[in-house]
Design a protein around this ligand. Structure first.
Ligand SMILES: [Zn+2]
Length: 285
């Protein structure tokens, strides 16, 4: 298995998670409403640093036999510690021109930075770029209101600029979807709003096996154990919490594996409801 990738089968569909890198975020950006003492204890009990969350960026390659689909494109040039997804794809034998579909769960820079190359052209020249219609509308409006984010103003500004810079060159290749929509056979987009207005989850299904890619509906396993702890990058915290619950309940009821872009590599696992509330994350396929 090439370094930074992890391959598994969902029925007849071949899935490979690809590490794009990581970014180190100040802890309060990930847990803006958590009680500081409780958060400190939760991090200490997991032997995690207190002041920063080292957050992985993990893309998903889906090979159905007929289609080559990449879900999220990583940070591209937005971060010096990310932007490796094209190199990772090449180690598993996939060139950018082989990718026929790119799904963007949402238009935050860590997910769309790699959608364009260093000259500002689409990085996947023959791909259909799929994102939701509400997501496209929100970011291509002249003033996207980012007031609900609980991160510094300069970070909000950067997020808005990055979205516009990356989306504009994709306009001739974009295919927007609304509602629950099959993107290619076996891969279905599920509206999962809250993190952003048009955030998407994806359900990959084959031969009664299922992988539910949550995107950024949860960005840290602690958000499963403590559903009352919000994420500062969620634009609408209440809606995001309802979406997170909906996806987790669907995964448990349907006996599905889960994937989350920012969870520890390889970012796939299972959840189970805990007696004391919330959900427990168990990594692995
Ligand atoms: Zn993200």
């Amino acid at each position: 298995m090439p370094e930074g990738s992890y391959r598994f089968q969902v029925g007849a569909i071949c899935c490979t998670v690809l590490s794009d890198g990581y970014f180190s975020y100040p802890t309060p950006w990930f847990f803006p409403n958590a009680d500081p003492d409780e958060l400190s204890r939760a991090l200490a009990s997991r032997h995690l640093p207190q002041d920063a969350v080292l957050s992985p960026y993990t893309c998903l390659l889906i090979e159905t036999g007929r289609h080559v689909v990449l879900v999220d494109t990583g940070g591209g040039e937005f971060s010096r510690t990310a932007g490796a997804v094209i190199a990772r794809l090449e180690t598993v034998g996939v060139r950018p021109k082989d990718v026929d579909t790119v799904v963007l769960t949402h238009a935050h820079p860590d997910h769309i930075g790699g959608a364009i190359d260093s000259r500002g052209r689409p990085a996947f020249p023959y791909a259909r770029y799929v994102l939701s219609q509400p997501e496209w509308d929100f970011w291509t409006e002249s003033r996207s209101d980012l007031g609900g984010l609980r991160v510094p103003e300069e970070v909000k500004r950067m997020i808005g600029l990055a979205a516009r810079r990356c989306l504009a060159p994709l306009r001739f290749q974009v295919d927007t979807v609304e509602g629950e929509t099959e993107i290619v056979p076996g891969v279905c987009a599920i509206p999962a709003p809250g993190h952003t207005p048009g955030h998407l989850a994806l359900l990959i299904s084959s031969d009664a096996q299922h992988l539910l890619n949550m995107g950024d509906a949860a960005v840290h396993p602690l958000h499963l154990e403590r559903p009352d702890w919000e994420n500062g990058f969620d634009l609408a915290a209440g809606k995001a919490a309802a979406t997170r619950r909906m996806l987790l309940e669907r995964a448990v009821a349907g006996n599905m594996h889960l994937m989350a872009f920012h969870f520890p590599f390889p970012s796939v696992g299972r959840v189970a409801a805990r007696q004391e509330g919330g959900w427990e994350w168990t990594p692995g396929w």
